[in-house]
Design a protein around this ligand. Structure first.
Ligand SMILES: NC(=O)c1ccc[n+]([C@@H]2O[C@H](COP(=O)([O-])OP(=O)(O)OC[C@H]3O[C@@H](n4cnc5c(N)ncnc54)[C@H](OP(=O)(O)O)[C@@H]3O)[C@@H](O)[C@H]2O)c1
Length: 285
């Protein structure tokens, strides 16, 4: 098995390096911008050395993950001397393997291994790995190696072509980051009737979990509930009036999301074309 190294000892590196090591992969080297970060991660993994720089990782490992922020991947790739036979991978969702051109030109095989997962802090990142889907962009033999790695980590994989990466990543932003935004906006409204954000988040958690469980169990469109799914135009009208008074800055987002929800309700079959048209007329500005 190839020795594995990490350049960039942040959240994703911590999750991947410790999980891979736990599954028997030899993670032997890590470097980072700061020596402290490298030492901290190396200290979590048996047999892993904190290296003084990226070049040392490249010199000692056969398969290297560049797990820096996206904007630093290209400069790391161009500063390190790579060699034929090496495998160089990054974990960005938006960037393709083209960012690793200098490594490819030096004879290394390059690829992308993007965990379709959210890692907010290193201490809980490891727990999020099992069950994660990994989006892989690579050619053989690296493709098979990364597929096997995803399976060993208890995950699934999907192949994404270089040209589709940006749209794939925008899709992840909708499902993950903007969900955070929606919950934040919801808690803004709770504050208008005097309930602090933290308490509101606690109150909303079972609703969020129930929604996710329904998406998982019965899929879209069947999982949709609420006034649009029922064709309750009167309720939507009341919402618009109340929001205009309590939080006018949220009306446009409410309208926009409502319009995107009508086709889901229509597909579920609980509203007919006439109800859909009525809802649309109400939500269109
Ligand atoms: N977080 C997520 O939810 C998530 C999910 C999927 C994919 N990803 C991808 O995973 C990659 C890493 O993201 P992350 O969230 O783990 O970032 P992060 O927590 O910010 O960690 C990045 C690490 O890279 C180090 N670093 C920065 N510039 C460097 C350089 N020039 N050379 C060497 N090390 C450098 C940082 O420095 P210090 O040494 O100062 O600590 C930090 O430890 C990104 O490509 C990201 O798109 C992230």
């Amino acid at each position: 098995m190839l020795n594995i190294g990490f350049i960039g000892a942040g959240t994703v590196a911590t999750a991947l390096a410790t999980s891979l090591s736990n599954k028997g992969y030899p993670v032997i080297a890590v470097s980072s911008r700061s020596a402290d970060s490298a030492k901290k991660l190396a200290g979590l993994i048996r047999g892993c050395n904190a290296c003084s720089g990226s070049q040392e990782v490249s010199d000692t490992a056969g398969l290297i993950f560049i797990t820096t922020p996206d904007d630093a991947i290209a400069s790391v790739a161009s500063q390190v001397e790579w060699r034929p036979g090496q495998y160089v991978i990054h974990c960005s969702g938006a960037d393709s393997s083209d960012t690793l051109k200098p490594a490819r030109e030096a004879g290394a095989t390059v690829g992308v291994f993007h965990p379709l997962q959210t890692f907010a802090i290193a201490s809980q990142a490891v727990d999020n790995i099992p069950g994660t889907t990994f989006a892989i962009e690579a050619e053989e033999p690296l493709l098979s190696m990364l597929k096997e790695m995803a399976t060993s980590l208890g995950g699934n994989c999907v192949e994404i072509k270089a040209g589709d990466k940006v749209v794939y990543h925008a899709a992840a932003v909708f499902a993950c980051n903007y969900l955070v935004t929606l919950v934040k906006l919801s808690t803004d409204l709770w504050q208008t009737f005097g309930i602090p954000r933290e308490q509101a988040v606690r109150a909303l958690m079972p609703l969020l979990r129930g929604t996710i469980n329904n998406i998982d169990a019965i899929g879209i469109p069947q999982c949709l509930s609420g006034p649009i799914a029922r064709g309750d135009t009167g309720t939507i009208k009341k919402h618009l009036t109340a929001l205009q008074k309590a939080a006018p800055e949220l009306v446009s987002a409410y309208r926009e999301l409502g319009l995107k929800t009508i086709p889901i309700a229509r597909a579920k079959g609980k509203i007919d074309d006439k109800q859909a048209e009525e809802l649309e007329a109400m939500l269109v500005k």
